[in-house]
Ligand binder design. Structure first.
Ligand code: NAD
Length: 302
């Protein structure tokens, strides 16, 4: 018997995730502050209610899918005098945050839930809106093993890969480390293509060599930043995302915060954060993150 779910944050990701739970027979009560998101979820069979408190009152698992850690903590504790989710949820509930947020905020949110007598885990995702819709997300989970086992059946409905990464916050840690590699490797692949162009080396020739050599990586062979070698990559479609530059900037800024908090050294990760923040400032927030190659080609990335 799957636990009843309260789903808060029915946006680009949360909407289709909640719909997949409904489709699998889970009872889902939902809430979002945006009426359009509520209407879309209602059409998918989510029992959308008028207040966040009503959404969680009978929930076994409270899932949040919000833009930032501040949203999560405010919702848990109650902002502007409103009753928080922690005050409204029934005994025995598990708080499961799937948003991508700071590791320290994820740990703070879990601690708040535990202090209120609940269990909690973080389970950020990768796979984007396409994966959320298809139910093929990858979940990275941080929390006690018993909590992981409790939420695992729900995550397996919404995702294709579910990995227990350790205690609270370690799901976020895994996600942020992965995306720091991704940001740095996309910049590196793009720089190499721009250098190849200056040297007169054809894109396809460089791709044919590097994709079978030690420079091989996802940024090259799946999300290739030049059109041609990988016909499905966003570069073939004017950098329609894919994975938007704004989200890459967000994740690299979360990495930068983690670097500050831990004292770890990562000059490349920090530089990637700077480049993607500039990419957003330059007006490309909605473009696929592989569009960074146009900034580098124009020589404005230094
Ligand atoms: P989104 O902005 O589309 O959805 C967030 C939703 O939360 C919005 O509908 C908003 O109205 C709602 N919301 C905010 N505060 C609320 C509150 N107090 N109560 C109820 N609802 C509230 O964002 P998204 O693209 O769905 O992303 C959600 C999270 O998933 C983010 O943390 C993002 O970094 C992460 N993520 C997104 C993608 C992607 O491709 N979009 C991929 C991986 C991870």
């Amino acid at each position: 018997q799957l636990p009843a779910v309260a789903f808060l944050g029915l946006g680009h990701m949360g909407g289709p995730m909640a719909a997949n739970l409904v489709e699998a027979g889970v009872r889902v009560t939902g809430y979002d502050i945006v009426p359009e998101a509520c209407a879309a979820a209602r059409e998918q069979g989510v029992d959308v209610v008028d207040t966040p408190q009503d959404a969680v009152r009978a929930a076994g698992v409270v899932i949040t899918m919000f833009p930032s850690g501040r949203h999560v903590i405010d919702a848990y504790t109650g902002a502007d005098g409103a009753e928080g989710l922690l005050a409204a949820a029934p005994a025995g509930a598990t708080f499961l945050d799937c948003s991508t947020i700071n590791i320290s905020e994820a740990q703070e949110a879990a601690q708040l839930a535990r202090d209120a007598g609940f269990t909690a885990a973080d389970a950020p995702v990768s796979g984007g809106v396409v994966g959320a819709t298809a139910g093929t997300l990858a979940f990275m989970v941080g929390g006690e093993p018993e909590v992981f086992e409790r939420v695992r059946p729900l995550l397996e409905i919404m995702g294709a890969r579910v990995v227990h990464c350790g205690g609270n916050g370690m799901g976020q840690a895994a996600k942020i480390c992965n995306n720091m590699i991704l940001g740095v490797s996309m910049v590196a692949v793009s720089e190499a293509f721009v250098l190849a162009e200056k040297l007169g080396l054809e894109h396809q020739a460089m791709f044919d060599v590097v994709s079978n050599a030690s420079g091989q990586c996802w940024a090259l062979t799946t999300n290739c930043p030049v059109p041609g070698p990988v016909p499905t990559s966003p570069a073939n479609n004017d950098f329609e995302p894919g994975f938007a530059g704004a989200l890459m900037a967000k994740d690299l800024n979360l990495a930068a915060t983690a670097l500050d908090e831990t004292g770890a050294t990562a000059p490349m990760g920090r530089l990637a954060a700077e480049l993607y923040n500039q990419f957003v400032t330059d007006g490309h927030a909605g473009k696929d993150f592989s569009g960074i190659i146009t900034t580098l080609r124009a020589g404005t990335g230094e």
